[in-house]
Write a protein that binds this ligand. Sequence first.
Ligand code: NAD
Length: 289
Amino acid sequence: MTTQTAIRIDGKATALAVREDVAARVARLKDLGVFPGLTVVLVGEDPASQVYVRNKDKAASGAGFVVDTKKLSEKTTQAELLAVIRSLNEDAKVHGILVQLPLPKGLDEGEVVRAISPAKDVDGLHPENVAALVMGGDGLVPCTPAGCIELCDRYGIDLKGKRAVVVGRSMLVGKPIAQLLLARHATVTIAHSRTVDLKAVCLEADVIVAAVGVAKLVKGDWIKPGAVVLDVGINRGEDGKLVGDVDFAAASENAGYITPVPGGVGPMTIAMLLGNTATAAARIAGVEA
Ligand code: NAD
């Protein structure tokens, strides 16, 4: 029975607000003589990656960053890519380095990520930043998980003491969001493809983060009444439209808050990337902004 209609979390508007805040930080940095620079490295011709990189470039330029996109051929070798990263590490004009993943077959992503200076690793994937996340340091935090927390903060959702269930255990989303929820004093369960009775696990959650990549995996009757539902999934439905990991219409009848797909968590990723780049620039320059 329909008892409740969830508050729809507007990721587009929230991302815009974050981007405006970042633009103000960039303006302060410039006043201090720091011109924050972001370099995006794109290897190969993957069409989705090209779109992502174009969007990042546009958003970063719009917020006042000096943006450079290094487009490298599909045939780039590991040694050549590592040499590019080393030169960016040493370039004082570059404060943020982002290597667009996935890389073409044959290139070792792990080695590439480890080659990026942790201070410039605006994706927050370098082991030093991962360690900071786990150990409570102040490293750079992966953008999509950081975006989920930012949405909660800006909607006044208190995570302390809440039971949180993260569905998905990837290094990019599931694991880091679990750490961030833990840092906010939630009681966190990480569910995954081998979890037994996922429905029962989800039904315990005050906060559900779905980061799986399976369209509408999380059903409406898996949601405890009033729960916060953050849908990270981006899937292509049979009709060609984007759809999340949560059955949005059915879940909206039980949830207290819910993010749509598109227009929920997605737009936050680039906004948080810009925030990380401003943070990296301020830290490298040794100024407050
Ligand atoms: P991934 O494939 O690396 O990880 C998926 C995780 O889901 C795995 O840990 C796996 O154990 C779990 N899983 C798979 N099938 C499952 C099932 N049936 N039940 C429970 N768990 C299951 O994916 P990822 O990189 O973490 O991305 C997850 C989703 O989030 C994808 O749809 C991706 O496109 C999207 N994504 C969105 C953004 C964004 O909003 N900007 C960023 C990153 C990823």
